[in-house]
Design a protein around this ligand. Structure first.
Ligand code: ATP
Length: 306
């Protein structure tokens, strides 16, 4: 880990590399996330956003590289990284309250009651997510937005050091989605959370994030610029959007600067005809860094290409 990040980094991803069946998906991903950041991650469909998130939560192991949380190297799922997915992760046969208490219940199930403080915390989180009037309902009695509120409370119950979210609002209608975005910003401010938020929606990413990271396979390096090169997605944009702790009003969506930011990221990360050289990526975030220079091809990549 570079010394300059040692004191300020919560999540540190170094020279991460992933391949499936010889096809490189992620290539030299370097990221240092400070506590309190709301990092939004975008990129073309299939570029490896969920793959990166699965590695960060310890669900998958990378083919190369390392993930550190608070200075400890991690490679298995644990409670330090909460996760909310697009598709609801609720137990259909448990009530809303029991879903949020599931972590405690599973340990003592079915004989032991969860401790009183766990019940209080669950009720508090469900109040914060606006679900306190639905404690005894079952998931099938809830709307999509309500289920995601419960899923967020369920993830926060573990008091994660970082909340990872994979397209959590993608299945919701536009109105509910906007309400959920506001809820996330409220919770992020209230709890001082660190959030790693994957979305394919650029508007959502630019609106929610304090920092935007774009992954893309559309770039060139000294290996050539054709599609035939077995090259995975890299971080092609890593820029600050606003200072930590400052959520913005949805009104910014009508600003010209907002539209321009979206346009730039669409061009830099989503357009296959616009391939920047690795040396010209917009890595302007103060914590952005790279372990490898443009013309280095590591042995692992050469092997995957064979
Ligand atoms: N376990 C796996 N085995 C083989 N290939 C995989 C596996 N997981 C992901 N992939 C492949 O890796 C690539 C990246 O997938 P991933 O789901 O991470 O992309 P994504 O950017 O999240 O896509 P989307 O925006 O469409 O959700 C895809 O080509 C996918 O088919």
């Amino acid at each position: 880990m570079p010394d300059r990040f040692r004191n300020s980094t919560l999540l540190h991803v170094e020279d991460l590399y992933q391949a499936f069946g010889g096809k490189v998906v992620l290539d030299n991903i370097d990221l240092s996330v400070a506590a309190g950041e709301l990092v939004t991650v975008v990129g073309p469909s299939g570029c490896g956003k969920s793959t990166l998130l699965r590695i960060i939560i310890g669900q998958d192991r990378p083919a190369g590289g390392q993930v550190w949380l608070d200075g400890h190297q991690l490679d298995t799922p644990n409670r330090e990284r909460g996760v909310v997915y697009q598709h609801y992760s609720l137990f259909p046969n448990l009530t809303v309250l029991d879903n949020v208490l599931a972590g405690h219940r599973l340990r003592g199930w079915p004989w032991q009651k969860p401790p009183a403080e766990a019940c209080e915390l669950a009720e508090h989180l469900l109040a914060k997510t606006g679900m306190d009037r639905h404690l005894e309902k079952y998931p099938h009695q809830l709307s999509g937005g309500q289920r995601q509120r419960v899923a967020i409370a369920q993830a926060l119950m573990q008091k994660p050091r970082i909340l990872c979210m994979d397209e959590p609002f993608s299945a919701l209608d536009p109105g509910t989605r906007e309400t959920m975005q506001l809820l996330l910003l409220e919770l992020w401010e209230a709890f001082g959370m660190t959030v790693f938020f994957v979305t394919h929606d650029l508007e959502e990413a630019v609106y929610l994030g304090t920092r935007l990271v774009a992954l893309s396979p559309y770039y060139t390096d000294d290996r050539g610029d054709g599609d035939g090169v077995n090259r995975g997605a890299r971080v092609v944009v890593d820029r600050s959007l606003r200072p930590i702790g400052t959520a913005v009003s949805p009104r910014i969506k009508t600003d010209q600067a907002f539209a321009q930011c979206i346009q730039e990221i669409r061009r830099d990360a989503f357009d296959p005809d616009h391939r920047q050289h690795v040396s010209t990526f917009d890595l302007s975030h103060p914590h952005s860094w790279v372990t490898f220079t443009a013309d280095e091809v590591r042995p692992a990549e050469s092997q995957a290409a064979e």
